[in-house]
Design a protein around this ligand. Structure first.
Ligand code: ASP
Length: 295
């Protein structure tokens, strides 16, 4: 089958002046992921590659340029899901690893466990041979300004990718520094299986972003996947998931991206904006700040 990939750079509201850099970031990331798929690589390789690019891009709230927590530390969470095995790897509260999505993948593949947090996750990283980084290298001047102002109202720029490869295997990856000026130890939906992401061969892959305390209580990615499993199109599944979110929460402020088992892409959100990048039927990288016109 034709491989497909879609990425996101967060759902929230932000100044339109930021749109061009976000557009550039999601198009670059989705192109890198697609290169992997075109070369016959797996959906897992593609989502990890795309998310690595978004983590390294200071425009987004993941990896370098992430928000600082109340202790002035960039505290990172990530989840990767393999639809072929329905296995996942996750890390939470990591501060010494540059690309937590790659650590999550090693946890999934090379450990007997699924989820490590804090010091334990950092110890795993060292044992896997990841370089131990100084947290300060993740801090950008913009995010330091947010921290110094103790702002909690920043745009939500968590990143994610979902893909289907030529063999029909699906995968999802999500990475974040969470919310601005979060309390130490706060973990949102992003690294939680079924909340921040979900993937199952024969159904599809989903990634979520937005208000974590809502998303985790909705199990939003699994809910969306369940709509695909019922036979809904990606557009219908997105609408159903957002209606579910709005029914439970007055201002649900969330969004999802997805690919179904036929390679149909989709995106939906209850936030004013959702930054998405995808590869269209002609193999061209496209992007949108509304997620409405994904095809
Ligand atoms: N869902 C993330 C969290 O609550 C934030 C985001 O998606 O931007 O940690």
């Amino acid at each position: 089958m034709n491989p497909k990939i879609i990425v996101h750079g967060g759902a929230w509201d932000w100044d339109d002046a930021l749109d061009p850099v976000k557009k550039d970031g999601v198009e670059t990331a989705v192109s890198l992921g697609y290169d992997v798929l075109k070369a016959g690589g797996s959906a897992l390789d593609a989502v990890e590659t795309a998310v690595n690019s978004l983590e390294d891009n200071p425009v987004f709230d993941a990896g370098t340029g992430g928000y600082l927590n109340q202790a002035g530390i960039v505290q990172l969470d990530a989840l990767i899901v393999d639809g072929a095995t329905n296995n996942f790897g996750a890390v939470g509260g990591v501060t010494t690893v540059k690309n937590p999505i790659s650590l999550a993948r090693r946890v999934m593949i090379d450990s007997d466990f699924c989820f490590f947090v804090g010091k334990g996750a950092e110890l795993q990283a060292e044992q896997f041979g990841f370089p131990v980084i100084d947290n300060q290298i993740l801090v950008t001047p913009e995010m330091l300004e947010f921290f110094n102002a103790q702002r909690t109202d920043g745009p939500s720029d968590t990143v994610g990718a979902v893909a289907i490869d030529q063999d029909g295997n699906v995968a999802a990856a999500t990475s974040t520094s969470g919310t601005p000026y979060k309390p130490v130890g706060r973990v949102g939906d992003s690294p939680l299986f079924g909340s921040g992401g979900y993937a199952e061969n024969g159904i599809g892959a989903v990634g979520a972003t937005g208000h974590g305390e809502h998303i985790m209580r909705l199990l939003l990615s699994k809910f969306t996947s369940d709509q695909l499993a019922k036979g809904l199109s990606t557009a219908e599944a997105g609408q159903a998931a957002m209606a579910f979110a709005d029914q439970r929460f007055e201002e649900s402020m969330c969004g999802v991206i997805m690919v179904d088992a036929n390679g149909q892409l989709g995106a939906a959100h209850t936030t004013p904006k959702l930054a998405v990048g995808w590869i269209d039927a002609d193999g061209v990288a496209r992007s949108s700040m509304s997620g409405q016109d994904v095809s």
